[in-house]
Design a binder for this molecule. Structure first.
Ligand code: 9WN
Length: 457
């Protein structure tokens, strides 16, 4: 394939650009972009963040509407819900739907029906990138409106979710990690009491649109539903979680996103008349806590910590590479993570056929078709590529970029991809895949006021 390859941009670039824009336009829904018209027809939190990065290249006004519509559904305590339900859709358009989450019964929930969980806080980073891509008075005004909400999002995570007391936020459900059925959660999930028979009472929506063999199992879903039900029945309150909640994990990707958010807020603050100092301090604190609590010197990797057992989980997943996005990650950890990324487990190289898989390719339970247990995903590859660039590995970042574009050139804007064959899997018209392709294709930001964004063809 030639899209954005060493041979330079060409017809393939133009074709990809058009496909990506058409995919984003097709998924646009009055004030947000749906991840997928079929599988995920509502608004998802980290999807909207990634999507805003792509929209900033082509429809900057929509990038801000995307983020602002999400943050309008922020709860009083600062949490940004992982799903904002579109009231125009019929009951059953997604499971579990608004009737299951019952946010209207919880204190501090917004007027819109939402879930009560969060997702990785990549929004401040993407707001900063969207602004840098298309700076304007309107963009600065949008940033000024978003800034206090982004700060409140961080405060919620740093206070209500620091259940371990060590300076990191914990996730209370695998859905909060964004990598729902990653092998990283197998141990913590096995401890969650659930009976697969409960699923007889529900109708799964996902397996109507994707093969069951690609999706989490019914037992996974029984546990997902059980964890939500317990949290919901406690009013989605976070006090005393350590005593009563069955799933509590500190995730390296989630916390790396929180650290990157503080770095981004330090860049945004002067633009909106705020002090960047506290953001820099908090960023340093998160990086220090990540290294102290989640870095495993024995294997040279970052791993999630299960707060129920106090132990790091054994699986080596792509989550462990995410701390690379922190510009202040210390050199020994940078070197170790780059070594892990370049190992046979993940295969990063200057010339690579396929992007990163979501799980260690050499693991006996690597599953190339099942969701986050093997397949390649654009958002994770995009984050790791940013991390490689941040730490001076443009050579590896370029290999990753070309392999990512090769996937989409071959298969289209799919949700995820077979890690060996590159076949497209899941939804065929997926929002963040399209958005991040635009970001990979675009040149670096044009100077303020210049027309930029579209690749030379
Ligand atoms: C549950 C929307 C979301 C992504 C997640 C991905 C998947 C939902 C699901 O889809 O999760 O939140 O129904 O499987 O795992 O990362 O945000 O694209």
């Amino acid at each position: 394939m030639s899209a954005g390859g060493a041979e330079g941009p060409g017809a393939d670039t133009e074709r990809l650009w058009r496909l990506a824009v058409a995919t984003l336009d097709g998924n646009w829904e009055h004030d947000h972009t749906v991840p997928s018209r079929t599988l995920y027809p509502h608004q998802w939190s980290w999807d909207s963040a990634f999507i805003a990065v792509g929209l900033a290249h082509v429809r900057p006004d929509r990038a801000w509407r995307e983020l602002e519509s999400l943050f309008r559904a922020q709860w009083a305590d600062g949490r940004v819900p992982h799903i904002v339900f579109n009231p125009r859709l019929p009951v059953g358009a997604y499971f579990p739907g608004p009737e299951f989450w019952a946010s209207d019964r919880a204190d501090g929930a917004p007027a819109a029906a939402t879930s009560g969980l969060v997702q990785p806080p990549v929004h401040a980073l993407t707001a900063w990138l969207a602004y840098r891509r298309a700076p304007s008075d309107a963009a600065r005004a949008a940033l000024a409106r978003l800034y206090p909400r982004l700060v409140a999002q961080q405060r919620y995570l740093a206070t209500r979710r620091d259940v371990g007391g060590g300076g990191l936020a914990c996730v209370v459900h695998p859905w909060e990690s964004g990598l729902d059925n990653s092998p990283a959660w197998d141990g913590p999930m096995a401890a969650v009491p659930a009976d697969v028979a409960v699923m007889r009472a529900y109708r799964r929506h996902d397996t109507r649109h994707a093969p069951a063999a690609h999706r989490p199992t019914d037992l996974d879903y029984a546990r997902y539903v059980a964890i939500v039900a317990g949290y919901r029945d406690g009013g989605y309150r976070d006090d005393d979680l350590g005593r009563r909640h069955p799933f509590l994990v500190e995730c390296p990707l989630f916390n790396a996103a929180a650290g990157a958010a503080e770095h981004a807020l330090a860049r945004i603050a002067p633009l909106v008349g705020a002090d960047p100092g506290p953001h820099r301090e908090r960023a340093a604190g998160i990086t220090e806590a990540l290294v102290r609590r989640l870095y495993d010197p024995r294997t040279g990797t970052f791993r999630p910590r299960d707060l129920r057992t106090g132990r790091l989980v054994p699986a080596r997943t792509v989550l462990g590479l995410a701390p690379l996005i922190l510009p202040d990650l210390p050199a020994p950890q940078v070197a170790a993570v780059v070594t892990e990324a370049c190992s046979a487990r993940f295969g990063v190289a200057r010339q690579m056929d396929r992007p990163l898989p979501s799980y260690d390719r050499t693991a006996p339970d690597f599953e190339p078709l099942r969701y986050w247990r093997g397949p390649s995903w654009m958002n994770i590859n995009w984050l790791v590529r940013r991390g490689l660039l941040a730490h001076g590995r443009a050579d590896l970042a370029d290999g990753l970029r070309r392999s990512m574009l090769g996937l989409v050139a071959g298969a289209g804007c799919h949700e995820y991809f077979h890690p060996d064959t590159g076949a497209g899997l899941g939804s065929p018209a997926f929002g963040w895949t399209a958005a991040l392709v635009l970001d990979l294709l675009a040149r670096e930001p044009a100077p303020a006021g210049a027309a930029g964004g579209r690749p030379a063809v």
